[in-house]
Design a protein around this ligand. Structure first.
Ligand SMILES: CC(C)(COP(=O)(O)OP(=O)(O)OC[C@H]1O[C@@H](n2cnc3c(N)ncnc32)[C@H](O)[C@@H]1OP(=O)(O)O)[C@@H](O)C(=O)NCCC(=O)NCCS
Length: 253
């Protein structure tokens, strides 16, 4: 994978030039390189299949990926529909989706919304996947079912908090970001994370968190370059070392 140093990047690498403003090849240091314009847009229902494909291809390690494309599509749809969801896609000039990011402005509120409004489609596609993947079903019951049930009970028992307390205690979560290898190293991942952060700030949330693999296969240095701080490390439910990252937005106070 090749990364262009920050000094070689131009806005035109990421965002289309304004209409009528063509890059000048004699002064453009990016001339001769593939600098097709890429725009970052709010994800729509017709982006869901591409988002799920990017997730499955470039973030293949998660349990949800093993549940199959149908479950992944249902999962990504929730970020588009939830009032606490964030979903952006990076599009190339031919409308192809080259990257995606999904997350929440308030993770606890998002999961309460999921349990109240979307539990049926999620449970149905999850169950359908487990029935045709019996070994995965065994692993699900062994490692996750009790935790999910406890979480559901806790969430459902919780009173709906007031608008203010919801915002003050809220933690946003950057759930998944992936960029097609053909578009990497040009600032697309950074632009997606910045749009996520803008959405979090706009919602009035002061803290965001994420997890990534702790070792080389994780994206820790990518997040550190963007100002996120590693706060902890531990083994996940499948025994892999994961790192926790956070970012504070103090001016939201
Ligand atoms: C991580 C990922 C989203 C980065 O996308 P990208 O478009 O290549 O990132 P950018 O071009 O915006 O890079 C931003 C900065 O992070 C650095 N960077 C990007 N990916 C990196 C990685 N895997 N490890 C270390 N540094 C990385 C870049 O060098 C750049 O630094 P610079 O500004 O000093 O030059 C992309 O590599 C990807 O999709 N990886 C597979 C999925 C994944 O790991 N997602 C995150 C898991 S939680």
């Amino acid at each position: 994978m090749t990364f262009f140093p920050r000094s070689e990047r131009r806005e035109e690498d990421i965002f289309p030039a304004p209409p009528g403003v063509a890059p000048d090849p004699s002064t453009d240091p990016a001339a001769g390189r593939d600098t097709k314009a890429i725009s970052i847009e709010v994800a729509q229902a017709n982006d869901v299949a591409s988002m799920a494909r990017l997730h499955a291809e470039f973030l293949p390690h998660g349990f949800f990926v093993e549940l199959g494309p149908r479950f992944l599509r249902t999962f990504h749809r929730t970020f588009i529909h939830s009032p606490f969801g964030i979903a952006f896609v990076a599009r190339g000039t031919s409308n192809e989706r080259l990257g995606m990011i999904v997350g929440t402005t308030d993770n606890a509120a998002h999961y309460r919304w999921l349990l109240r409004k979307r539990w049926l489609p999620l449970a149905a596609s999850g169950l359908a996947s487990l029935l045709v993947r019996p070994r995965l079903g065994v692993r699900f019951f062994r490692t996750r079912v009790m935790r999910y049930l406890r979480g559901m009970r806790r969430n459902l028992a919780q009173e709906r908090p007031s608008e203010t307390s919801e915002k003050n205690g809220a933690v946003a979560v950057l759930a998944h970001v992936a960029v097609d290898p053909a578009a990497r190293g040009r600032g697309v991942g950074a632009a997606l994370v910045r749009r996520f952060e803008e959405a979090v700030r706009a919602a009035g949330t002061r803290k965001a968190s994420l997890v990534t693999f702790a070792a080389e296969e994780g994206a820790g240095p990518f997040y550190e370059a963007l100002g996120w701080h590693r706060t902890a490390e531990r083994a996940d439910h499948d025994g892999r070392e994961i790192a926790y990252y956070e970012r504070q937005f103090v001016d939201n106070a």
